[in-house]
Design a protein around this ligand. Structure first.
Ligand code: MTE
Length: 312
């Protein structure tokens, strides 16, 4: 079984859960009072998400506090500092809705899909995942999302679809960092088809029971928990099925430093630092980084026979 339902998980594995619930209770007083999806459209406040399936715990550790998840971010469209996204995204990135994703390329039914068709309670579930950044820090995030495969299948990818490319919104007025030559905008990412269709791969629409805040990639972003965080592209407007490995922002930026696969791999160092350990946000001591970020049982078979030092 690839994913374990909450009922299959031993109590010893979820001792963090009460802590998480306490935090959530606190949050529901602190910010959960925000009203409906209007929150997403007009203000920087998160709106409560309800009716989704709970809870697939795929990280044993306590979730990182909401405050850290929403104030220590990478979202270069709003600056390169960790606090820039929480400072500037709520100010500039609005309104967020309406939001449409265009799906095109090697598929029988190209078209568009609206945010409301993705963020349907019947499709959504909560997944608590470890989140490991290439910069060697990590968090544990209770995402709410829809398995990406559920959405992709609707467009009927053809046998020629070997990879999937994802593209972020290009709108320098709402994303002022795109006026600066920091990256080759718009931000792009890609997955192999089997990675995109893997049940762990999530199209996230929320975290901690609320819609995503702008700084976390509202209204929808990718989450690929066994890969470095930069694969988890934010604020997606285009998904393209393609036959050959697509260019991505970071492989274009520096192919020596960022490979296409970017699986979390403690045995392959970055050109500037080791990937053997990581700093969990909020912890004092560093911890050992796990191969595939600890999701090897679920994903290692995808890479059987591949030299992961070459295909890093
Ligand atoms: N997506 C876009 N469009 N722009 C970005 O700069 N940064 C990536 C990824 N997705 C980024 C992005 C990086 S480097 C990381 S580590 C994660 O988003 C961070 O996600 P978080 O801020 O929600 O933790």
């Amino acid at each position: 079984m690839l994913l374990r339902q909450a009922s299959d998980i031993r109590p010893s594995e979820i001792t963090d859960r009460s802590l998480y619930l306490d935090r959530r209770r606190f949050l529901s007083v602190g910010i959960g009072a925000a009203a409906g999806l209007v929150g997403l459209a007009g203000t920087a406040r998160a709106a409560a998400l309800t009716g989704y399936r709970k809870t697939m715990v795929l990280a044993k550790d306590a979730p990182t506090p909401f405050k850290d998840i929403t104030t220590y971010n990478n979202f270069y469209e709003f600056g390169t500092g960790k606090s820039d996204p929480s400072r500037y995204a709520p100010k500039y990135f609005k309104p967020i809705l309406p939001w449409t994703v265009t799906v095109e390329g090697e598929c029988a039914k190209p078209g568009t899909i609206g945010y409301e068709d993705i963020a349907k309670p019947a499709l959504m579930e909560e997944r608590i995942y470890r989140h490991r950044c290439v910069e060697a820090w990590s968090m544990v995030i209770p995402w709410i999302g829809v398995p990406l495969a559920t959405i992709l299948k609707r467009f009927e990818p053809t046998a020629k679809a070997k990879f999937v490319q994802f593209v972020t919104l290009m709108d320098p007025k709402r994303m002022p960092g795109e006026m600066m030559p920091i990256l080759d905008w718009p931000y792009r990412e890609g997955l192999r088809m089997d990675e995109a269709m893997h049940p762990l791969t999530l199209l996230a629409v929320g975290l901690y029971g609320q819609t995503l805040l702008p700084q976390n990639g509202a209204p929808l972003r990718l989450v690929v928990p066994w890969k470095y965080g930069f694969k988890s592209i934010k604020s997606i407007v285009k998904i393209r099925f393609v036959e050959t490995q697509p260019k991505t922002t970071w492989t274009t930026e520096d192919p020596q430093e960022y490979g296409f696969y970017s699986n979390v791999n403690p045995h392959v160092s970055n050109t500037r630092w080791s990937q053997e350990t990581e700093r969990r946000i909020g912890d004092f001591f560093r911890r050992k980084t796990l191969m595939f970020n600890g999701y090897g049982d679920q994903v290692a078979h995808l890479y059987a026979g591949m030299d992961l030092r070459k295909y890093f």
